[in-house]
Design a protein around this ligand. Structure first.
Ligand code: ADP
Length: 475
């Protein structure tokens, strides 16, 4: 008998039921008989029971897991708008580096990374003004699930990317990291986050951090660099002092600006031939004052007036904004239409951004150019550029100063085997040479001298330095 036959048997059975006045007990026992004797009823009820049982079990398990999650699991969510996000990823990557460095003797708790197949690469690219560029790759835990042990507790790391929703303006997808652990120690996450923060800060302590723009956000570029002492950038007499004093007096007058409702901003323009130390000086100055540098490239593809505005309104605390070769950003462009330039940042947009700063917010902008004559006078107006300083080719005194820095130290003197008085004489000769060449309109850049001093000993340097002079118009 198949299922259809079984059903018709049921229908038959139903038809056979009396419709009126049979006593209740008879009716019940009749049904019991049919069900009890009929194997199809038994099998059906059996299956039904099994189904109900399984559903109950599943729901029970779900309930238990929810209760377990609620009671025993601790979860922490970090999204990529938060600073801890980068710190945490870097911390994980750091653990991984340690792990792979000593993989053979690796304690199990550090092996999570080796077992992880989902890695992401973060590529950082910096194009320098001399055309060279640096690329850095950082491998971090990719989207997916990872496990690791921290202070004896297993943790699950789930990195998820929301591909449909993008962050406004930056076009960066939303991301979250969810850390889950079974530990009841609620201090575990704060500890983990402070470890990640400490690691990030330790790397930066006493160092210069350079940020570059990522979409509309600033992110540290590469490893923090060693600070350069200010005196190692040898400028002409009084130049370094003028800039340093101006800046420190600006920094001391925040309240003065606030009381008068004046936007708290200062713009500097360092101009002069290439290789005279403009960028090096700004970096050394930032290091001395414990400031970071936000390197802004106005010609960057995809940078628009809006994005520029957002970037300049969200500069990290204690940072200089550095715009190198500011003339190149607008002069190279082919004018395309009535509104301006081919690139997405317009000159008028740039001026607006320079002007638009909420009072109270500190903004320090340094611009450099090798061609001040190419700059639109609108840019050099006070308020946009408050102090413009010429950083020139080597003066006789500067050349001598750099010479002494290179060869005058005890170690250098010993290595060169040149007695003090002879070294002094060589310094005098260099000074005279630079002065004499300048009279014929020939100059030498500090970068060229530095290059020679690195390669040669003091005597050789004096003999060969004549090759380095070039005819240059004084700006
Ligand atoms: P600029 O920004 O004027 O083009 P940089 O600061 O990029 O010049 O200098 C290029 C190189 O030359 C750097 O390695 C720097 O150390 C060296 N240099 C240039 N000018 C000086 C200077 N005045 N004192 C010491 N080093 C200098």
């Amino acid at each position: 008998m198949d299922a259809t036959q079984g059903q018709s048997a049921l229908v038959e059975a139903a038809k056979m039921q009396p419709t009126t006045s049979l006593p209740q007990s008879l009716n019940a026992s009749f049904l019991t008989n049919i069900m009890g004797d009929n194997p199809y009823f038994q099998a059906g009820f059996g299956l039904m029971g099994l189904g109900v049982g399984l559903t109950a079990l599943r729901q029970g398990a779900m309930l238990a897991s929810t209760v377990l999650r609620r009671r025993m699991l601790v979860e922490l969510e970090i999204n990529n708008k938060d600073r801890s996000y980068e710190w945490f990823l870097a911390w994980m990557a750091h653990q991984a580096q340690h792990a792979s460095a000593s993989s053979s003797k690796l304690p199990w708790k550090n092996r999570w990374w080796l077992a992880s197949h989902q890695l992401s690469v973060e590529t950082m690219y910096e194009q320098r003004k001399n055309g060279s560029s640096s690329v850095l790759f950082k491998l971090v835990a990719g989207p997916g699930t990872h496990w690791f042990k921290y202070r004896g507790a297993w943790m699950q790391v789930k990195r998820e990317r929301e591909t449909r929703a993008m962050q406004m303006m930056s076009g960066v997808p939303w991301e979250t990291i969810t850390l889950t652990t079974l530990s009841r120690d609620r201090l575990l996450f704060p500890r983990l986050l402070s470890d990640a923060r400490d690691l990030a800060m330790k790397g930066q302590e006493g160092k210069l951090v350079i940020h570059t723009a990522w979409g509309i956000e600033w992110r540290p570029f590469g490893q923090p660099r060693r600070k350069r002492p200010l005196h190692s950038v040898v400028l002409d007499e009084g130049v370094a002092d003028t800039i340093h004093r101006d800046l420190t007096s600006f920094l001391e007058r925040r309240q003065w600006y606030a009381d008068r409702g004046i936007p708290y901003r200062r713009g500097y323009l360092l101009y002069g031939p290439p290789g005279s130390g403009k960028t090096s000086f700004i970096q050394a100055l930032a290091g001395t004052l414990a400031y970071d540098i936000c390197l802004l490239n106005l010609s960057e593809r995809g940078l628009t007036d809006d994005k520029l505005n957002h970037l300049l309104s969200n500069v990290p605390d204690r940072s200089f904004v550095l715009i190198e070769d500011v003339d190149a950003a607008f002069n190279k462009r082919v004018k395309t239409g009535e509104d301006g330039y081919q690139s997405a940042v317009t000159f008028s947009g740039f001026l607006n951004v320079l002007d638009g700063v909420a009072s109270g917010e500190e903004r320090i902008i340094f611009m450099t150019t090798n061609h001040i004559e190419k700059l639109d006078p609108a840019l050099i107006r006070p308020g946009r550029v408050d102090l413009a300083v010429l950083i020139d080719d080597a003066s006789p005194a500067q050349a001598r100063n750099l010479f002494t820095q290179f060869y005058g130290g005890d170690d250098a003197r010993q290595a060169a085997g040149v007695p003090d008085d002879e070294l002094k004489g060589l310094g005098d000769m260099l000074e005279h040479k630079v002065a004499a060449e300048a009279k014929t309109g020939r100059r030498v850049s500090m970068a060229a001298l530095q290059g020679l001093f690195i390669r040669a000993g003091p005597k050789e340097a004096i003999d060969r330095c004549t090759e380095l002079f070039v005819t240059r118009r004084t700006p």
